[in-house]
Design a protein around this ligand. Structure first.
Ligand SMILES: Cc1cc2nc3c(=O)[nH]c(=O)nc-3n(C[C@H](O)[C@H](O)[C@H](O)COP(=O)(O)OP(=O)(O)OC[C@H]3O[C@@H](n4cnc5c(N)ncnc54)[C@H](O)[C@@H]3O)c2cc1C
Length: 490
């Protein structure tokens, strides 16, 4: 089956079958559009005569989709995007597939200019100073920009520099060429790699092939897959990398020579029990060890050793007044050697926003989690990876948030109540093998938003990996994102 899938991938990549025919063959037409469809209380605003200058900081996936829908929702809309990166809409979810040799880097790279909605003004600069009391911001080239309404969609930065040994890499945007050049001096060699930046994904495939070749030659090798201690985009990415590395080892007949370890700072494999149980079964079947409550603190790139702080709580003294035990935090340093380490770095909001009046103690932009309106400034909204809402930082979440945000922003401009509500929907197409995906869709538990519940769009067991979702992931989600969402239509 795997060979047939890879053959089909090659046929589709060479353009021998049209996307429309492929969708018909695989019976997937419309499936992507259906995803998450019943889960958000919203309706896209019909044409509005609302007036006001709208400025969007960040022209990545969330920013451009929002601009496109605003242009369709408001007559003669006055929308400006501030975005310094000419390739800001390149398709980040595909980096997992590039890192495992299924796709090529050129399958993901897109010019922002080709996706900028007609009529939107684009300032090719970075916003660096914010004064929301005066409704102004400043750019890195010194322009002072006034707005009536502000939308913050500036995504997040990869904080490699927070790991001892990687200080030189510093902070990296996933799609920034200059950041990538600096990161590549340390990452993408000696078995240490990360798909979290576009060029890093290419190097990950090179490192993975070297690792598989070493195992095939009879050498006993170790692979390490650590997750960070901060929130991070695409919560399923490390599990995907475990499964894809496993698939490549099996394909080479070299699996028996490799030890694989998934190491997380968290306490569980997934917030939804059915998905967590399914993943635990996959790890067990594939002989992948798991370690919880391990915070990655250092990497010795020369010796190929990752250092973790293992942390846990133990019962301390009995408190007779509270009638409970005091919990005592325990820590221990654990070193893990590796031949191949796929790294997901800690992540945070860009500092110029995190530390501005628009940020929060933790940096993420505080919003009403249902309406996407800023917690302090009613004419400011935010969405995407930068917002402080429970659960997902995914394109799937942004796909729901931008429609809610546009409806509520238009309502604000028209001085009407905000009625559209985001319900926490997010989706993780968790690749379990080459040719198989578990479509983990979930949203906030209505009784407790710190917890998640499954939110399947299809009448099938969502915890079961299926080949049909592989085609959804590899063939439908990219066109749906690039030509549907970025046009404000999906
Ligand atoms: C390896 C990987 C795998 C992923 N897999 C999936 C998946 O399977 N499914 C899924 O749904 N999602 C996935 N994602 C996540 C998805 O790509 C993000 O959630 C999505 O891109 C978020 O959109 P955004 O607009 O918030 O951020 P981005 O798309 O990152 O855009 C933010 C933009 O803001 C700009 N910016 C930053 N600071 C400033 C400033 N001060 N001034 C002006 N502009 C600024 C940046 O240049 C950037 O272009 C994955 C991501 C990665 C890295």
């Amino acid at each position: 089956m795997k060979n047939e899938i890879l053959e089909m991938e090659a046929i589709l990549s060479e353009g021998k079958m049209s996307r429309r025919d492929a969708m018909k063959v695989f019976g997937l037409g419309g499936a992507g559009i259906m995803m998450g469809s019943g889960t958000v209380t919203q309706a896209v605003a019909s044409s509005s005569a609302a007036k006001g200058k709208i400025v969007i900081v960040g022209g990545g996936l969330a920013g451009v989709a929002t601009a496109a829908l605003l242009m369709r929702s408001i007559d003669n809309a006055d929308v400006t995007i501030i975005e310094p990166n000419p390739k800001s809409v390149s398709y980040q979810p595909g980096q997992t597939l590039v890192g495992s040799g299924v796709w090529k880097a050129e399958d993901l790279a897109y010019n922002t200019a080709d996706f900028m909605p007609d009529g939107v003004k684009w300032i090719h600069e970075k916003a660096v100073e914010f004064n929301p009391e005066a409704n102004t911001l400043k750019t890195d080239k010194g322009q002072l920009i006034k707005y009536d309404y502000l939308i913050v969609a500036a995504g997040l930065v990869l904080d490699f520099g927070a790991i001892k040994g990687l200080e030189e890499v510093g902070e990296v945007y996933s799609l920034d060429a200059a950041d990538a050049a600096r990161a590549k001096k340390i990452l993408g060699k000696n078995g240490l790699c990360s798909i979290y930046f576009a060029e890093g994904a290419v190097d990950t495939w090179t490192e993975m092939q070297a690792f598989v070749a070493a195992a095939k030659s009879g050498k006993k090798v170790k692979a390490l897959f650590p997750e960070p201690h901060t929130p991070f985009k695409c919560g399923g990415a490390q599990k995907k990398m475990v499964n894809l590395t496993n698939a490549r080892l099996v394909e080479a007949g070299a699996r028996a020579n490799a030890e694989m370890a998934f190491v997380t700072n968290g306490k569980k494999l997934f917030g939804v029990k059915a998905y967590a149980d399914s993943i635990a079964g996959q790890m067990k079947d594939r002989n992948v060890s798991t370690a919880f409550e391990h915070k990655l603190i250092a990497i010795d790139t020369a010796k190929k050793v990752a250092t973790f702080e293992k942390h846990w709580e133990e019962k301390g003294a009995w408190d007779p007044l509270l009638e409970e035990y005091a919990m005592v935090e325990k820590k221990e340093v654990v070193e893990m050697p590796y031949d191949f380490c796929h790294l997901i770095p800690p992540q945070k909001a860009p500092k110029e926003i995190a530390k501005s009046p628009l940020g929060s103690e933790k940096g993420w932009v505080p919003v009403n989690k249902e309406t996407m309106q800023h917690a302090k400034f009613p004419n400011v909204f935010a969405l995407g990876d930068i917002v402080a809402v429970p659960l997902g930082k995914t394109g799937g979440s942004a796909r729901k948030q931008y429609r809610v945000l546009v409806e509520n922003l238009v309502a604000t401009m028209e001085k009407k109540p905000l009625v559209a509500k985001y319900d926490g929907y997010t989706v993780c197409p968790l690749i379990t093998d080459i040719g198989e995906v578990m479509l983990a869709e979930f949203k906030w538990d209505p009784k407790d938003d710190s917890k998640a519940v499954a939110a399947p769009s299809f009448p099938l067991d969502p915890a079961k990996p299926r080949w049909v979702y592989w085609f959804l992931k590899t063939r439908l989600l990219k066109p749906m994102t690039m030509y549907g969402m970025l046009a404000g239509r999906a």
